[in-house]
Design a protein around this ligand. Structure first.
Ligand code: FAD
Length: 409
């Protein structure tokens, strides 16, 4: 009997999973079930070049449609239930599909605001191609754009909207931008960049309600009682993992589907990859849930190798990026719990890095328009070495040289 691998979800991780299974010479049957209308595509450009209108939808596709000719791809279908005993999944189209190996690549969904006025027209979230299509259709020239949340997505949307000439206001509860992921130095840099380009950035400002007329949003009421007038709103306040299907099937779930270092769930026939997982990280020793392309791609490769008969563990230094105007922020490692920060270069130059230390160990770096630091530091972080502050601050010494000096020591 031919081995059957079924993927629930047809996003970034699933696309890489199919590609890797093919590359490994997997000779079973692959079924891809996704609830969107598209074959696997890349989400990062959605809040960047695609929103700006600089990239057609076809260019977002992970692989051209011909790549999936030997795959049973079922789009606009949701998997509603997993029957682990029968080893089948039930779809919204009423089909029951058998699997030998199941891959949960269900990603995450946006967190939604619960307040007065959320059902007004003109309020958008951003996760998919269709979300961006709806935002763009709702932004005539001269529209006033308000953004809720100064995280990656909110600030990327602000950068695109400002670059296109829209009036932009961003409201953020915290006292600095991207506070969940970067240090105060990096927040201060991007705060200045956005204000200099004309964004009206309101920190420590909470949303109380959306205000509207005749079913359409007209503004935001803030916790100071102020009304910020707006014609269109984009909300970017984070995501939550799509782990309900797994929970309902009795798999271990803990704010994400719990997997081992082989990307296996608590059922050996079921793997999970990408945003929907909580997985062990060999570098930091913690169980992590990550929201990044790199994690989705690497977990997909690991799962595919193991499905094809290999024995591969997932063990990576996480990395992320964000594009805002002409600035590329690249982050390697996880700065959680840092107790010291070292600057390499100067924010005034528009190109610098911010190094994070915990107990004297190098745990993460934020690189702003400094791709060399980013590329070279990943390998160094993997060992969480102790490095003197003066060495880290010395821009005359590359991370390659720093790494070599550690090996020599
Ligand atoms: P997804 O790509 O979300 O795919 C999951 C798919 O499964 C979705 O299509 C979902 O609808 C579908 N699905 C869920 N449940 C079911 C079901 N029951 N049945 C059928 N289908 C189902 N990451 C970066 O590293 N850098 C960036 O710059 C960056 N920018 C981003 C910008 C935006 C606007 C967004 C939304 C994300 C960005 N990310 C970025 C995050 C990155 O895109 C995700 O981490 C990545 O897509 C995760 O891949 P995934 O396969 O786990 O999930």
């Amino acid at each position: 009997m031919t081995h059957q691998t079924v993927s629930v979800g047809a996003g970034h991780g699933a696309g890489q999973g199919v590609a890797s299974l093919k590359q490994k010479g997997y000779d079973g049957r692959i079924t891809l079930i996704g609830d969107e209308a598209y074959l696997p595509y890349q989400r990062p450009p959605l809040s960047k070049k695609f929103l700006a209108g600089d990239l057609p939808a076809e260019r977002l596709l992970f692989k051209p449609p011909a790549f999936y000719e030997d795959i049973d791809a079922r789009l606009e279908q949701r998997v509603e239930r997993i029957d682990r005993e029968a080893k089948t999944v039930e779809t919204s189209g009423g089909e029951t599909i058998a699997y030998d190996t199941l891959v949960l690549a269900t990603g995450s969904r946006v967190r939604k605001l619960a307040c007065e006025g959320t059902d007004l027209d003109g309020i958008h979230y951003l996760r998919s191609i269709s979300d961006v299509d709806a935002i763009r259709a709702d932004m005539p020239d001269g529209a006033r754009v308000a953004i809720v949340g100064a995280g990656y997505i909110g600030l990327e949307v602000a950068a695109v909207a400002r670059s296109l000439g829209y009036e932009v206001t961003v409201i953020e509860m915290a006292d600095r931008v991207m506070s969940r992921v970067v240090s105060p130095d990096v927040s201060a840099f991007f705060d200045r960049v956005h204000r200099e380009r004309g964004v009206d950035l309101r920190l420590t400002t909470g949303l109380v309600a959306f205000r509207g007329e005749q079913g359409r949003v007209t503004g935001i009421e803030t916790n100071s009682g102020e009304i910020i007038d707006a014609d269109v709103i984009v909300v970017g306040i984070g995501i939550q993992p799509n782990d309900d299907l797994a929970r309902d099937a009795g798999l271990d779930v803990d704010d994400g589907i719990v997997v081992d270092d082989h990307c296996r769930t608590s059922d050996a026939s079921i793997y999970a990859i990408g945003d929907c997982t909580r997985h062990p990280n060999g570098v930091y020793g913690d169980a992590l849930r990550l929201e990044s392309v790199h994690n989705a791609l690497e977990q997909a490769k690991t799962a595919a190798d193991n499905i094809a008969g290999g024995d591969t563990s997932y063990n990576q230094v996480p990395w992320f990026w964000s594009d805002q105007y002409e600035f590329k922020l690249q982050i390697a490692g996880l700065s959680n719990g840092y107790d010291d920060v070292v600057l390499r270069g100067s924010p005034e130059d528009g190109s610098f890095s911010c190094v994070y230390l915990r107990d004297g160990r190098f745990i993460a770096i934020d690189c702003i328009n400094s791709p060399k630091d980013f590329m070279q530091s990943k390998a160094v972080i993997a060992g969480l070495p102790r490095i003197a502050r003066e060495t880290l601050a010395d821009t005359g010494m590359s991370f390659k040289e720093i790494q070599a000096s550690l090996t020599d020591a």
